[in-house]
Structures are given as C-alpha cells and as structure tokens.
Write a protein that binds this ligand. Structure first.
Ligand SMILES: [Zn+2]
Length: 474
C-alpha cells in the first residue's frame, strides 16, 4: 500500500478560524479522501501555532494565563476542523511537550547552518519585526498598522544561513523535484529566493518569552520559523523516529501569503537536516467578498460558521471546492452561495436522487451494485494534478447528464405501459450511473454521498426529508 502524507498550514491561534483556513482544510481533505479511495494509506496533519508575542499580549490583555488562552483557541480550531468533516489523522500543537523537545533537537542538528549576528534597525513591537530604512521613511517613522513610532533596536540573534541552500532549492523548484503549484507562482518564488537574505530565527528573551528556548542559550527564544515549520515532521516523530515511510509529503497545502516561507525557509531547514523536499507545495488563493479582500476594517468579513449554519456542511464544501478556484482568488457572496445551493445542489443533485429513488420504490425495485466503482481517467488526471475545482466541474456535468437521460428515457412511461423488465433495466442503468458519479463526488462531499449510497443499497427508499431542503434554515 502506498503511503501518502498530506499537510495543512498551522494557523496562529490569536483569533477565530476564518474562510482562508477552511480552504486549506477542504482542499487537503478532498485530496486525502481521493488518495484513500485509490488505495493509499494516508496520514493527514493539521494543527495550530501557539507561540509568539501577539498571543502572549492577547492573553495578558484578557488577564488569563497564556496556556489557558491557547488551550481554548486550539480547541476552537479542532471543533472547526471537525465541523468541516476533515479526515485528518493528526493534530499538532506547537506547545506540545514532544514538539518542543523535538524542535530543540532540530535546532541542534541545524547548528552548522545557524550563526549569531548583531543587527541594528527599525523595529515595530506590534508587528514583531524589523522594517527596512526605506519602509521606515515611506511611513514617516510610524507603523501604519499599529500607529506607533518605530524604535531603533539593536539585537543579537541567530540566523539561518539560507545562502547555504539557495542553489539546491532553485534546482529543486526548476526541475519540479519540489513542485510549486500553481505553476505561475514558480517564477515569483524563484525571484524571492534569489534575493532572500539569511533569516533571523530567534529573538532575545527581552523581546519574546512565550516560545521554545534556544538550546544552550537561555537569552534567546526561537522565532516562529523553526518552531512552526518543523511541525510537519515533529508530528511524524522526527527525529526520534524514522519518518521515511511518510516523508517527503505528497502535498503541503498553504495560503498564497505564506508560500514563500514554505518554498524558501522550510526547504532550507529540510536540506540542513538531510531530509528530502516535499513533492508538492500547493498555494491557494484568497476568498474575496464582493471582489474585495475581507478585512475587519472594511467590515466585510464572512464568518465561516455563518456559512456552515445556513445550509450545512455539504453546501459549504460544495461552494468552496467548486465555485472557489483551487489556485486563484475567488469571490464569495451570499447571493452566489444561495444560487449554488438552490440551483445546483437542490435541483441538480437533490431532485435527481429523489426522482430516481421514488420511481424505484414505487415499482419495488432493489438495487445491488454488481461491480466496484472506479474513477474515470479524466477525473484521475485532474485530481492527480490537484485541479480540484475542474474535477468537480467534470463530475457535476455528469450529474446533469443523468438528469437529461431520465428526461429522454421517460421511465414513467415504461411503468405506465407495464413494460416491467424494460423499466427495471432502464432504472438500474440510471442508478448505476448515479452511483458511479456519487463515487467521484465522495472526496468532495463525504456526507451527502454517504447518504446517497445508503438510499440505493438493497431496498431503495427515497429520503424522508429532501437532501437539500429549499426553505432556508437560518
Ligand atoms: Zn506594526
């Protein structure tokens, strides 16, 4: 059995889950379910990033112990993942004792590529980062996000020598040994890699205390990179265990805003550890609201929980996997969402199931699948290329084709004319088609496809309530 390892980015738990996180989970879950149906054994990681000043400050402002704060938020992400019916096998938290210890071990193993250096520059404590002189001047010395003056700060930190690995990373990207998806982001990443400086991987404990201590230097705490990125392998047990059965990952799913870290810093770490690079890094676009980036300031943020509550999980996954492009920015509007629910899920699929099941039941017809289902070649090609939205389109075209066939074959007329064997043959053919399509739909819509299989197994009975009720549950 082939082994497939799939990862999702670990969200920073200083807030509630948003639509962007949902995209990671839905895409990765679709791929995981597809891989399982193709016979692979799948390990599927999800998790949360819990260190850093923003979390520390948020907890302090709420006057609760920081561990208590992250426990609560980690749980809300766990609940969200379960609401989305994500089939992850692992959930890692960067405050897990084992993660912390393994992370320190990773640091030690990277030591030949880490050096200490003094840096002086303009710093915003809100952003937790240094800005260039140019950025400082453009903003007239004041951080626009925090309305605070930049401070002149001089700090001694550890740096990861990205320059040790640039050539290797470049070659891996160019030869597709590490595939960057979508393809058009490849050149972007290569340009960034070219000009990428060594990255600072620690902070003085004067700046940051809520983090993993740097081994053998209690004046320094790890900054996000080594702490967070290493989760993809510490969750597999690295370095205590041999991870070669699972690593390299088949695919790592990330938002486009963090692609550069996953395509530059993370590969540098892996190469420094002597580990192979992931086979694919897939970056998805942003979900926009009426063409605009969602932002708290504009007040146009769509809460994924509201979308889930409107019509349930199938409608949620349907919209974000089919009508949101797998790779590009796409729009969410409530109108489009309602339209896709009513015209597509309810009319195309819900009615099809209802119609076929009703006429089967009325004529006391049973159904038993005579053959195992399999994916079409075209579907496999799209799924293997991570073209999920296009694969979904392909399957939906088949749903519509079955509807057209029913209209053409008019099984109700065969029933009226008493042509029983012709009727049975016609209906069984249609159900067989539906169930084949249902199988291809199942990685996208695990809930409703499970119900549909049940409806058409043995004695066929139409669902007691419509699969997609038209009245809004709001
Ligand atoms: Zn700032």
């Amino acid at each position: 059995m082939a082994k497939t390892y799939i990862t999702t980015a670990i969200p920073y738990v200083n807030g509630a889950p948003h639509i962007g996180h949902a995209m990671d989970y839905c895409l990765a879950d679709t791929f995981a379910r597809y891989a399982r149906l193709r016979g692979d054994e799948v390990r599927f990681q999800a998790g949360v990033d819990e260190h850093g000043n923003k979390i520390f400050q948020k907890a302090s402002s709420l006057r609760i112990p920081v561990q208590e704060y992250v426990n609560k938020n980690a749980q809300s992400f766990k609940d969200f993942i379960s609401d989305l019916n994500v089939s992850n096998t692992d959930f890692i938290r960067t405050t897990d004792v084992e993660h912390v210890r393994r992370c320190q071990e990773i640091w030690t193993r990277l030591r030949n590529h880490i050096y200490k250096a003094k840096y002086e520059g303009w710093y915003c404590s809100g952003c937790e980062r240094f800005v260039t002189q140019k950025e400082h001047d453009e903003n007239h010395g004041i951080c626009p996000d925090h309305a605070k003056a930049y401070e002149k700060l001089s700090e001694e930190n550890y740096y990861l020598r990205i320059s040790d690995f640039k050539e290797q990373i470049k070659k891996a990207i160019e030869t597709n040994e590490m595939r960057i998806l979508p393809e058009f982001r490849k050149n972007e990443v290569l340009a960034l890699l070219d000009e990428s400086p060594d990255v600072s991987v620690s902070r003085s404990t004067v700046q940051l205390t809520w983090g993993v201590s740097v081994p053998d230097d209690d004046t320094q705490v790890m900054y996000v990179w080594i702490d967070a990125l290493s989760n993809y392998i510490t969750v597999l047990g690295y370095p205590d265990q041999d991870i070669s059965a699972w690593w390299p990952a088949a695919a790592q799913f990330v938002g486009k805003d963090i692609l550069r870290f996953h395509a530059i810093i993370w590969p540098a770490m892996l190469l420094g550890l002597g580990l192979p690079l992931p086979k694919v890094i897939l970056s998805h676009g942003f979900v926009l609201a009426n063409g605009q980036k969602m932002s708290k300031t504009i007040g146009n943020v769509v809460d994924p929980m509201d979308v889930l509550q409107r019509h349930g999980i199938d409608a949620f996954r349907y919209y974000f996997l089919r009508h949101v492009d797998t790779f590009l920015d796409s729009d969410f509007t409530w109108d489009k969402f309602e339209e896709s629910y009513n015209n597509e899920l309810a009319n195309d699929l819900g009615n099809l199931v209802q119609r076929l099941a009703a006429i089967m039941a009325k004529n006391n017809l049973e159904y038993s699948a005579e053959q195992e289902y399999c994916f079409s070649g075209e579907y496999i090609k799209l799924m293997d290329d991570f073209e999920f939205a296009r694969a979904f389109d392909l399957v939906w075209e088949k749903v519509r084709a079955i509807n057209r066939q029913i209209d053409e074959k008019k099984p109700w007329e065969l029933a009226k004319a008493g042509k029983n064997s012709e009727l049975a043959e016609c209906l069984k053919g249609l159900v067989a088609r539906l169930l084949t399509v249902n199988y291809e739909l199942s990685p996208f819509l695990p809930n409703v496809t499970g119900k549909i299989s049940e409806i058409f197994t043995g004695n066929v009975r139409p669902p007691e309530t419509p699969l997609f009720p038209k009245e809004q549950k709001k």
